[in-house]
Design a protein around this ligand. Structure first.
Ligand SMILES: Cc1cc2nc3c(=O)[nH]c(=O)nc-3n(C[C@H](O)[C@H](O)[C@H](O)COP(=O)(O)O)c2cc1C
Length: 410
């Protein structure tokens, strides 16, 4: 998305790079509340006194973002399309799976390492592309996310609309990142952007394929948040076909990721047309409403791909246990969208680094408690279908946040 009216982002760029994988401690002054925010009272949990690196839980990060973001921006980040059925199904389908546990296994050492297109990831979680939203809450969203991801040993997807530019995000780190493309012009426009992507040194091209129309996010329409329906001419995205992907891959000369695949049929076509990675996603419930939850379609995609490409997934992931469930069903690594937006809003670059660190801790804790020492051991045998507890939503993974949203206390 792109936001039409320019407003001061919530967070200023971090002044110091995070270069090691040590816990991050940053000044709370890096994350000032937005001026446009409604009158703020002191957060009941005193979270505004915590530096981003001192958040002890993901829940605190989400609460701090809730405290800081003006209601329309919060709704834009956390909302979905139309009735938000897809959004809720992303959580509901994760909640409908329980983890099995084995005991008395030596779990002192747990290997969370994996690879993506040959690149080592310290743990299987990465920031998904969240477009212009980064610029809305942080003056240099792209480089901040890039640095935070690399400092934690993972990779990041940098969106076409990321601010200040695709070049700035890649230049912020030595490691090759992944560029995510929305098509907003003709072949000449695409050639121009693909040439910039390869010149900037990106390691892979991700084409998002579930955005041929802009989902009707009614929270934004009703609140009047000045969100442009994307940028440029969207009809080019609407006209894309599989052969265009073949051409783009050849033109850019990089591995190709097709993001937004949700059926076995399209997974097959993606592989046939040269996708090196099939990325299962429904855009966090922001596009087609009344679709299946992401994890519901993961197994059929993995089966159709049959080892011919790598499989990534996202959708509703807000806990380490969510990541483990996705891995059990065949995802190689898992993206976070809303959680990335929350972390950047709560604490800028340091907030994102801390979010990734806490995610890693949660994945490690879950695997240890399951009696698993390597992600290679995960598979469907660790899952059982269970009745859902409560009402799944984009805040239901964080009970304290759910309370704050229900009481409308910020
Ligand atoms: C604020 C926001 C902006 C997004 N912008 C993009 C984008 O520019 N390109 C894209 O491919 N996906 C975009 N997405 C979708 C995410 O990449 C990802 O698929 C989704 O957020 C995952 O679901 P989750 O939010 O439940 O983690 C966006 C998501 C959000 C929340």
């Amino acid at each position: 998305m792109a936001v039409a009216r320019k407003k001061k982002p919530v967070n200023k760029p971090a002044t110091k790079k995070t270069t090691s994988r040590k816990p991050v401690a940053k000044s709370a002054s890096a994350a000032k509340p937005a001026k446009s925010a409604a009158k703020k009272t002191s957060n009941p949990l005193g979270l505004e006194k915590k530096a981003p690196g001192q958040f002890d839980t993901l829940q605190e990060i989400a609460l701090a973002a809730h405290h800081k973001l003006p209601a329309p921006v919060w709704d834009h980040l956390m909302g979905g399309a139309d009735s938000e059925a897809t959004l809720r199904r992303n959580r509901a389908s994760l909640d409908a799976l329980a983890l099995r546990q084995r005991v008395l296994v030596d779990v002192r050492n747990i290997d969370l390492g994996t690879t993506l297109l040959g690149q080592k990831l310290a743990f299987p979680v990465f920031p998904a592309p969240v477009g212009g939203f980064l610029g809305k809450v942080h003056e240099e969203g792209g480089p901040a996310v890039a640095r935070a991801a690399v400092s934690r040993g993972t990779t990041a997807f940098i969106a076409t609309a990321a601010k200040p530019s695709l070049e700035a995000a890649q230049a912020a780190v030595k490691q090759k990142l992944i560029f995510q493309l929305y098509v907003r012009g003709d072949r000449t426009w695409i050639e121009g952007i693909l040439d910039r992507v390869s010149a900037a040194g990106y390691g892979a091209l991700c084409v998002t394929v579930d955005r041929n129309y802009y989902g009707r996010r009614e929270r934004d329409i009703v609140s009047g948040l000045p969100v442009k329906e994307g940028f440029g001419d969207q009809s080019f995205q609407a006209s894309l076909n599989w052969k265009d992907l073949v051409w783009m891959k050849a033109r850019v000369g990089l591995p190709l990721i097709a993001k937004g695949v949700a059926t076995a049929e399209d997974a097959e076509l993606a592989v046939e047309h040269g996708a090196d990675v099939v990325y299962v996603s429904n855009h966090g419930g922001r596009q087609l409403d009344h679709a299946q939850g992401s994890i519901e379609v993961l197994a059929e995609v993995v089966k159709a791909v049959a080892g011919r490409a790598e499989v990534l997934a996202d959708g509703g992931v807000q806990r380490g246990t969510d990541v483990v469930k996705m891995l059990c069903l065949g995802a190689r690594a898992v993206g976070v969208g809303k959680l990335l937006g929350l972390a950047l809003s709560a604490g800028g670059e340091a907030g994102v680094a801390r979010m990734l660190e806490l995610m890693e801790l949660e994945v490690r804790t879950a695997m240890g408690l399951m009696g698993v020492t390597s992600i290679k051991q995960l598979g469907p045998q660790w899952l059982r279908a269970v009745p859902i507890l409560g009402t799944p939503s984009s805040v239901s993974a964080y009970p304290l946040l759910e309370d704050a949203v229900r009481r409308n206390t910020r």
